[in-house]
Design a protein around this ligand. Structure first.
Ligand code: SF4
Length: 93
């Protein structure tokens, strides 16, 4: 299984964000709500030169969740209220 990539992230205030790209090697998406658990506003230009993927997803009711891994070809991340959310989340039917 190839790691799903973060295709774009509009959360500019995150330390891992550069030019709307995520530079964390692997992010985690959170439990009951599809929040980006890796978001931090401590520092800037954090992470690696390459862009990030999804290490784990704990949102069991997403249609892309496969054994707590993301099976979507890629995701986008953006603001929801005052935090960062996976915008590719689709409830499992
Ligand atoms: S996907 Fe998460 S860790 Fe990566 S830049 Fe966006 S908010 Fe930060």
């Amino acid at each position: 299984m190839d790691i799903s990539k973060v295709l774009a992230c509009s959360v500019n205030e995150c330390a891992f964000n550069r030019n709307k790209e995520c530079h964390a090697i692997a992010i985690n998406i959170g439990g009951h709500h599809p929040a980006c658990d890796t978001f931090t506003d401590h520092g800037h230009n954090a992470g690696a030169s390459e862009t990030g993927g999804i290490g784990a997803c704990k949102v069991k009711n997403c249609k892309f969740n496969s054994s707590l891994m993301c099976s979507a070809p890629g995701i986008t991340v953006g603001h929801h209220e005052n935090h960062a959310d996976c915008k590719t989340f689709i409830p499992a039917s």
